[in-house]
Design a protein around this ligand. Structure first.
Ligand code: MN3
Length: 200
């Protein structure tokens, strides 16, 4: 595995104001996401070292660290790419067709996505994932790595760790989730990821 690098934001830190404040974006990207990049890279190094030393009992611990920090890095990278100034609206194209056929309507999907994301216990993510056969599922991840399904690829990730929203929204998680879906989500990027999955 290659070492991870913090991907730069594709917009200025204040570009998502007033919905997502610059201070939270700066801390969230520059400190929290960076910490997951660092943790992933440290776990990679440790894994290499314990394997070289023949200490295979230690592999379990460092594999867990790798999954936690690597999951954090990957989901945050998705999250930033999922956001844009002037976002919101609805999915279009093949993704919209797949959603409507499985969930009954885009409205029903939207209602479920908000409810499932708000209901994450503790720190985690609301996730839209694409699976084999162009299926779409709404999942939850606890922490960054628990409850995800092998073979199902996240195409939209909404961060509901408290660090994602507490400075601006305090305990009002649902308000943050509404703001992300109403004003910030970049459905064109989600559609692009869905198309990539479908081509496999
Ligand atoms: Mn976060």
């Amino acid at each position: 595995m290659k070492k991870a690098v913090l991907p730069p934001l594709t917009f200025p830190v204040d570009a998502l104001e007033p919905y997502y404040d610059a201070k939270t974006v700066q801390l969230h990207h520059g400190k929290h996401h960076q910490a997951y990049v660092n943790g992933f890279n440290a776990a990679l190094e440790k894994l290499e070292a314990v394997r070289a030393a023949g200490d295979f009992a230690a592999v379990k611990h460092w594999t867990r660290e790798l999954a936690f920090h690597g999951g954090g890095h990957i989901l945050h990278s998705l999250f930033w790419a999922n956001l844009k100034p002037g976002g919101g609206g609805e999915p279009h194209g093949d993704l919209a067709t797949a959603i409507a056929s499985q969930f009954g309507s885009l409205q029903a999907f939207d209602t479920q996505l908000r409810a499932v994301t708000n209901a994450v216990e503790g720190s985690g993510w609301g996730i839209v994932a694409a699976g084999p056969g162009r299926e779409v599922a709404i999942l939850q991840a606890e922490k960054h790595q628990n409850q995800l399904l092998p073979g199902w690829r996240p195409i939209l990730a909404v961060d509901v760790w408290e660090h994602a929203y507490y400075l601006r929204y305090e305990n009002r998680r649902a308000e943050f989730v509404d703001v992300v879906l109403d004003h910030l989500v970049n459905w064109r990027e989600v559609e692009r990821r869905f198309a990539e999955v479908a081509e496999v």
